[in-house]
Design a protein around this ligand. Structure first.
Ligand code: UD1
Length: 315
């Protein structure tokens, strides 16, 4: 039976890929976005499908969201809409509270009111903080170091409280460093691989903050979209928090070695002082999620990066 799913933040980087995964698996999708940071062009493929319905709306608008829940009987919700920038959460703590905590609570209450059983929530590896033991395990005590991480953690607690209280099937996915096409390189705080790809393609030098030996657990957006889709649609899931990562830490210098093969004539890399608050090493343990979801093999980093460079950021 065809089921209908709601995706909030549908026009974003992860949202648009997740919508496409759901459509490719024969589901109907309603996509909502206020286009604050999302782009309608990201939904070009989705909007050509008769199984996709687009709605320009703000997830904080409870009346508009209630109308949507009334109109459709959602089998599940993928809640991705968020304030996505950590530095912005320092500048705009009230907006961070609204978008990253209050909106999640609103969506969860609507799920309860309209008997939508499954809610998949976009959390972040940021909840671990800089001093957590590696690899990050979901059982570690979180140490949020930004308003962004604090709101994501608070939302997790709230939603898992609803799971325990009302049986809402809440899956909190802690994304690590997601990369791939449609990641907007437009701000200095954009994902490092979107910035590097954009600058190398324009023949411009890239800047590495620090010595380049910091590591990240980079995961392809394609694998993240699949994890989202499987979490939303698989029968047997356990309401809980899960890392979405590869388990492999890669240094920026290793990443640059791959770029240097792809752009042999690129200007030399510039090194600058480390960014304030920068985490030295980030690497997660993916086992818990892999144990509940049947996930096929993941995209090897070298392959994912080459595809991004060849295919382009906009695809
Ligand atoms: C990322 C997420 C953040 C999340 C965190 C969880 C993005 C944009 N940010 O932060 O939302 O909370 O993971 O762990 O996805 N760098 C350079 N040169 C540049 C840009 C960045 O050297 O031009 C460096 C940074 O200093 C950092 C590394 O690259 O050491 C990764 O930076 P970035 O992609 O911004 O991600 P995180 O800070 O890890």
């Amino acid at each position: 039976m065809t089921q209908t799913f709601l995706v909030t933040g549908a026009a974003g980087f992860i949202g648009s890929h997740s919508v496409e995964w759901l459509l490719a698996h024969n589901h109907r999708v309603v996509g909502v976005d206020n286009l604050r940071t999302g782009h309608l062009e990201n939904l070009e493929v989705a909007r050509s499908s008769p199984d996709f319905e687009w709605m320009l709306a703000d997830v904080c608008d409870e009346a508009a969201m209630r109308e949507l829940f009334k109109k459709h009987r959602f089998a599940g919700v993928l809640h991705l809409a968020a304030l996505v920038s950590v530095p912005e959460s320092f500048r705009e703590p009230a907006l961070n509270y609204q978008l990253n905590l209050a909106a999640a609570d609103c969506i969860a209450r609507l799920c309860l009111e309209f008997e939508c059983k499954r809610l998949v929530f976009a959390s972040s590896a940021a909840v671990y903080g800089a001093h957590a033991a590696l690899p990050n395990q979901e059982s570690a005590i979180p140490q949020p170091q930004s308003p962004y991480a604090a709101a994501k953690l608070a939302a997790e607690v709230m939603l898992l409280g609803y799971a325990a209280s009302y049986g809402l099937e809440t899956i909190c996915l802690r994304y690590f460093n997601v990369y791939g096409s449609r990641q907007d390189p437009g701000s200095p705080y954009s994902g490092v691989l979107s910035i590097f790809t954009d600058r190398f393609q324009c023949g411009l030098p890239v800047t590495v903050y620090g010595d380049g030996e910091q590591t990240r657990d980079f995961i392809s957006v394609r694998d993240v979209a699949r994890a989202n889709g499987e979490a939303l649609t698989q029968m047997q899931v356990v309401a809980d928090r899960y890392n979405v990562c590869t388990g492999r830490g890669i240094s920026l210098n290793q990443v640059l070695a791959i770029y240097q093969e792809l752009f042999p004539n690129a200007p030399s890399v510039e090194y600058a002082a480390p960014r304030i608050g920068d985490i030295r090493h980030s690497q997660g343990n993916p086992e818990k999620l892999h144990n509940i979801l049947i996930l096929k093999s993941q995209t090897p980093f070298e392959q994912g990066l080459r595809e991004l460079v060849v295919g382009g950021l906009g695809r």
